[in-house]
Design a protein around this ligand. Sequence first.
Ligand SMILES: Nc1ncnc2c1ncn2[C@@H]1O[C@H](COP(=O)(O)OP(=O)(O)OP(=O)(O)O)[C@@H](O)[C@H]1O
Ligand SMILES: [Mg+2]
Length: 252
Amino acid sequence: MLVSKNVTMRFGGLTAVDDFSVKVGDDEIVGLIGPNGAGKTTIFNVMTGVYMPTSGSVFFNDSKISGRPPHKITEAGIARTFQNIRLFSEMSVLENIMVAANLHNASSLAASVLHLPGYLAREKKSRELSRALLDSVGLLENENDGAVSLPYGKQRRLEIARALATRPKLLLLDEPAAGMNPQESRDLMDFILKVRENYNIAVLLIEHHMQVVMGICERVCVLEYGITIAEGTPREIQKNKKVIDAYLGAGD
Ligand SMILES: Nc1ncnc2c1ncn2[C@@H]1O[C@H](COP(=O)(O)OP(=O)(O)OP(=O)(O)O)[C@@H](O)[C@H]1O
Ligand SMILES: [Mg+2]
């Protein structure tokens, strides 16, 4: 489904990502790991249209998406979360979902301002769908709470739910377990597996928590200074000398 072919991203003299290639199949969970500054988030930024790669291309279901604007890539079926949670802090839990769901409804702004016929019906439908989504991720009881009043683990889950509201086929998660305790990390693992199953999606996962990566990824790519130093199953990665030296040995 997703193919990154020889993607290189330079910022001035710095090569943040060097000749990066990966494939993600329809229902796979693929991990992307590596030390700080290895280029992981930059890869997500290229895949979601924040940056145009210096060279190389990204394909999604056989169409080239690199260089397209971010909203076109969202429409094509890729959604992401951010390393630092980005929720609409003034909005409720439900509103955070509805805003994202409405991205699929281009006429909604004009229609809502003008109260065009059909707007209220669509608004009702959108609310129902958003509530169903909240229910499926276990956040319905919090629908009217302020988004940032939620405990941390639930904020992470809300951000994932918001990404799901754009109906992606591929979900890019940037360190979803950051700052979580072991129990929260375990809950998150179950949650990601459940989301994959319920929504029929693939996941590309950046994560420092090895327990999470090794627990749910079918394959793992390891980056160091923008270069892919290893790729394989979690078991192969754990035994790889280069990886141990570069990353796992660095204490995590
Ligand atoms: N817009 C930019 N302009 C200049 N340099 C950048 C830019 N974005 C990223 N970089 C640099 O590219 C390198 C890779 O950064 P990136 O954020 O992709 O790393 P990362 O693997 O996500 O690290 P972390 O684990 O700390 O999140 C870093 O040296 C970073 O400073
Ligand atoms: Mg990062």
